[in-house]
Design a protein around this ligand. Structure first.
Ligand code: TRP
Length: 426
């Protein structure tokens, strides 16, 4: 299978320059890499959790889809879809909900933040918590596991959700006896955190310091740039470019040569007003042509709709048969399908298995058992579950090499045969 990358954007509002530089631009560049299969989607089910304004949600979804396309996403290469067009996702959410520990969800940052805010305001802890908010991480796990994504580019605040996804996947795999789900890795790019807003803090709607991406046209871009906070040095006075918000924003759109020239000009006394004009021109050079495409797409919802319908069709070509297999695995089967039980049992019995688990010491372990349950390999303990998972994947792929953190509990030939059987079955 090729390497699958998947990410979603919650559809509540319009996008700003920070979203573009931190998420959209790198995602589109990544989608052009060979051997990568990309899945990008509008997380509109997630939007419902925090938005009860139907028109705003609908418009935001449309605007974000148009933004991806205007910024250069090629819908022939990338599967671009609306979460809500894939009914298999909520169905998978339920299957996963049934193997998810409530205690683990209690520890989710977003839920805890809502509880803390309520308690601080003297209210009931769960005063503002819907079941949607509480179950948010399970829906996100379904988004990811539905397509067995290997890599999930996200912001830092989402890393915990990817770890939860791994736990849920592991638990399902373990309970139903097969590696149905790939364990995804979070990918947190430094780029995603970098872009400052007008006041130098991270660009974010909650700080009201954003530069809009397309909304309001070139005039809004100019207005926002005019409000970037600088020091009070006058034109002609030498400036210190380092640490200036304006310079960081410039860098995000500039070539190395442009960056050097801009710094030199500031050191030489370039005024902030002139510098802001140069920044507007630089950003507009990249964004202006995209804005024209964006406006055209927003004016033709039928074109957008056709592209999204095609994306949904391709996504479901994967999701529908996979969910069918998952339903059968958990026992949701036609009454006539009595063979499935026997077949699953036979398959389980015939193959060796890796079991991953956590001990009371809090560490993560795995062991390899022969088809008849004999212990073949025992790992040492890992601080991180993902490290254990990576070793399992590696042993399956490459067999047993020196330096693997495992104790041999059986004859080398038996261990080698078991690993070979697993490799053949993969
Ligand atoms: N929760 C993500 C955010 O707020 C959006 C999202 C929903 C997502 N489902 C996802 C991101 C699946 C990556 C993968 O940013």
């Amino acid at each position: 299978m090729s390497h699958r990358v998947l990410t979603g954007i919650t559809t509540t509002g319009t996008l700003h320059l920070g979203n573009y530089v931190g998420a959209i631009r790198p995602a589109i560049a990544a989608s052009r890499a060979p051997g990568v299969e990309s899945f990008y989607f509008m997380a509109d089910f997630h939007a419902l959790i925090k938005c009860d304004e139907p028109d705003r949600l609908a418009r935001s979804s449309r605007a974000i889809a148009a933004t991806w396309l205007a910024a250069g996403l090629d819908p022939a290469r990338v599967t671009l879809y609306r979460q809500s067009d894939i009914p298999e996702i909520p169905e998978l959410t339920w299957l996963l909900t049934c193997v998810t520990a409530k205690g683990q969800m209690n520890r989710a940052h977003a839920y805890k933040a809502a509880v803390d805010a309520a308690v601080a305001a003297g209210e009931e802890p769960d005063a503002h918590v819907s079941m949607g908010l509480f179950s948010y991480p399970v829906l996100m796990a379904a988004d990811i596991l539905m397509f067995n994504a290997h890599r999930v580019p996200v912001g830092k605040d989402q890393v915990q959700h990817i770890e939860m996804t791994r736990d849920i996947a592991q638990r399902f795999n373990h309970l139903y006896g097969r590696e149905f789900f790939v364990l995804p890795e979070a990918q947190v790019d430094a780029e995603m955190e970098l872009l400052p807003g007008l006041d130098g803090r991270k660009m974010s709607k909650s700080y009201d310091n954003v530069i809009p991406l397309f909304e309001g046209g070139a005039a809004a871009l100019k207005d926002a740039v005019a409000r970037i906070v600088t020091d009070s040095k006058l034109p002609g006075e030498p400036k210190v470019p380092e640490g200036q918000t304006l310079v960081t924003l410039y860098d995000a759109f500039a070539t190395p040569a442009q960056r050097a020239a801009f710094r030199a000009a500031l050191r030489g006394g370039l005024g902030w007003g002139e510098a802001k004009q140069q920044l507007v021109a630089l950003i507009e050079g990249e964004i202006g042509p995209m804005r024209a495409r964006y406006d055209a797409l927003m004016a033709h919802p039928e074109q957008l709709e056709a592209i999204l319908q095609d994306g949904a069709r391709r996504a479901r070509a994967i999701a529908t048969p996979f969910l069918q297999a998952l339903r059968a695995a958990v026992g949701l089967r036609p009454y006539t399908d009595t063979a499935a039980t026997a077949a699953a049992k036979a398959q389980k019995a015939a193959l060796p298995v890796f079991k991953q688990y956590r001990e009371a010491d809090g560490r993560f372990y795995f062991k390899l058992l022969a088809a008849d349950g004999t212990l073949l390999l025992q790992s040492s303990g890992f601080e991180q579950g993902r490290d254990a998972g990576q070793w399992v994947a590696r042993l399956k792929r490459e067999g047993l090499a020196d330096g693997a953190p495992v104790r041999r509990e059986a004859a080398d030939a038996d261990i080698a045969a078991a690993l070979a059987a697993l490799r053949d079955a993969a």
